[in-house]
Every structure is written in structure tokens, then in C-alpha cells.
Design a binder for this molecule. Structure first.
Ligand code: RIB
Length: 303
């Protein structure tokens, strides 16, 4: 079984159902409100477990009820929580998701404990990271912490997968160069490379810029259109998305990353197949409201 370590955020998501986004200064009623497990890191770790991998999570939560709620969720999935740190001095991360009737969302995030994971705490997990097949990270934890984790991974032959989300303007060149695989969406790809991603030619241009920065494998996701991959040696391709009616796209990208990582061979030889499975899993996630509750188990992936 593939061993995956995910370094990333834990959030409790509050979903606020509304007819449409409010205008500036407007007060409006919600049509519903619910709470679900979230955070890009936690979502990707859960997606990897449900895809059939042995996943472990490095994260930080506060000493509060939100953390208890998240530990219960992780336990149900069999996620290894040995390195989820509890810090009594900070609050567990929270996200507030405005979801309109067309399935369009806007997300506000309170980083809390996620912003307090330090490179020194990553050093404490050195042996643990060294034993993994791959490590995944996103941008809801400090970049210097991810850099430290990726250095340990590279020193030990562990594949590094960077999901540069949410988009950030200033990404250290060192971190990009430490990534074996980078998997941005079109917006994130444009912010990092300056190339407007509109079609396959511009995807290749953005991918070439990332190869120049030192990344061997680039995967760019383009929502309901599909996903594109490019290897430094020149091979590339596009995998179409599965067409479904989306009610909430929250965690669609996280599902894709978790499933891709769980299925991708170390030599990347099966990338198209792994992207197709990841795309199918995402198409199931978007058909239900909420993050972790909507991520499918492997048994649902039939095509
Ligand atoms: O990618 C979706 C996630 O982003 C949500 O679960 C929310 O917590 C935010 O971190």
C-alpha cells in the first residue's frame, strides 16, 4: 500500500447557503447553515485514504471543540494522526464558505493553528517523512515549513507534490525547485508563471516555465474542462473532465490531488490513468455539498 504524508491545514468549515452573494453593505438571510470537516490538507489526506493509500497527516490544531470534532472525523477514516499537534495557545483553523444557489462559492479562511506550524516541528518528524513514498503540501501552512519538509523528503528519495493553493504571489524559487510534481489550477499557474492559461498551447507555455524553475512534472487542472500534464522531457497530454452537474465545488481540487497521489507511480508512467481516476473522484465530490463528507471512497470510482 502506498505511504503518503500530507502536510497541511485543518479547518472546520461553516457552509452558509445563500441565494446569491450579498452586495456591499447589504444584510440578507441565509437559506441554510451547516458545519463540516475541511482544510485543504485534511481534505487531501482524507481523499488519499479513501483512494486506498496509507495516509498520515502533519498538521496543527488548537485545544478546542473544533479540534475534537476534527479528530473524530479523522479517526472514522483511519487517518494516521500521530503528528497532528495540539497547541493550546491558538485556535483551530476555520473556513466560512458562502455557497450560492448555482453552486458558486466564496471562501473566507481564519488560519489559526495552521499558521503556527514551524520548521522545527517538521524536523521532529524527519524519520517519519523519510519512510513515505510521497509527501503532499499546499499553501495554508507557512511556506518555510513546507520548504523544510520538502528538503527532508528530497534527501530521502521521497516524491514531493506541491499544490500551490490558495494562490500566492511570492513563492520562494527554492520551494518550487524542491517539487517533483507541481499541481496548480489555471489561476495559480498564471500567478506563478505570468502565463494566462486559456488553451492547451498556453498550458504548455506555463508548464515550460515551471520546468525551467526546476519541476519535472506539471499537472494543471482547469475545472470542469479537465487537466493537463507535462514532463520535462517533452511528453504532455490532456485528460477530459467527467461532465456532471455541480452543486458545490468545495474540495474538488483536494480530491483530485489526494487521488492522483494515491495512484501515481513513482516513475509517473501511469500519469494519464491516475489523472482520469482523480478526475472521476472530483466529479463525484462536486455533486454533494461540503468538503470531507463529499469525497468518495474508491469503491465509487467506476468508469
Ligand atoms: O479546498 C477547500 C478547502 O479550502 C475548504 O475545506 C476550506 O477549509 C478551505 O481551506
Amino acid at each position: 500500500m502506498k505511504k503518503i504524508v500530507v502536510l497541511g491545514s485543518t479547518n472546520v468549515d461553516t457552509i452558509l447557503n445563500i441565494e446569491r452573494l450579498p452586495l456591499p453593505g447589504e444584510t440578507m438571510a441565509m437559506t441554510d447553515r451547516s458545519v463540516a470537516g475541511g482544510g485543504k490538507g485534511a481534505n487531501q489526506a482524507i481523499a488519499a485514504v479513501r483512494a486506498g493509500a496509507e495516509a498520515s497527516f502533519i498538521s496543527k490544531v488548537g485545544g478546542d471543540h473544533a479540534a475534537d470534532f476534527m479528530f473524530e472525523t479523522f479517526k472514522k477514516d483511519g487517518l494516521n494522526m500521530e503528528h497532528v499537534i495540539v497547541d493550546e495557545n491558538v485556535g483551530t483553523g476555520k473556513a466560512y464558505i458562502l455557497l450560492d444557489e448555482n453552486g458558486q462559492n466564496s471562501i473566507l479562511v481564519y488560519g489559526g493553528a495552521n499558521q503556527a506550524i514551524t520548521p522545527a516541528e517538521i524536523d521532529d518528524t524527519k524519520d517519519f517523512i523519510a519512510e513515505a513514498d510521497c509527501i503532499i503540501a499546499q499553501f495554508e501552512v507557512p511556506l518555510e515549513t513546507i520548504t523544510e519538509a520538502f528538503k527532508i523528503a528530497k534527501d530521502n528519495g521521497v516524491v514531493t507534490i506541491l499544490n500551490p493553493a490558495p494562490a500566492k504571489k511570492e513563492i520562494p524559487a527554492e520551494l518550487i525547485a524542491l517539487s517533483d510534481v507541481i499541481a496548480p489550477n489555471e489561476t495559480e499557474a498564471e500567478i506563478i508563471t505570468g502565463v494566462k492559461v486559456e488553451d492547451e498551447a498556453s498550458m504548455q507555455k506555463a508548464a515550460d516555465a515551471l520546468h525551467e524553475m526546476g519541476v519535472g512534472t506539471v499537472v494543471i487542472t482547469v475545472g470542469d474542462k479537465g487537466s493537463f500534464y507535462s514532463f520535462k522531457d517533452g511528453k504532455s497530454g490532456f485528460v477530459d473532465a467527467f461532465k456532471v452537474k455541480a452543486v458545490d465545488t468545495t474540495a474538488a481540487g483536494d480530491t483530485f490531488i489526494g487521488y492522483l497521489s494515491a495512484n501515481l507511480e513513482k516513475d509517473m508512467s501511469n500519469i494519464e490513468e491516475a489523472m482520469k481516476i482523480a478526475s472521476k473522484a472530483s466529479s463525484i465530490t462536486v455533486q454533494e455539498q461540503g468538503a470531507q463528507n463529499s469525497i468518495p471512497h474508491k469503491s465509487k470510482i467506476n468508469f
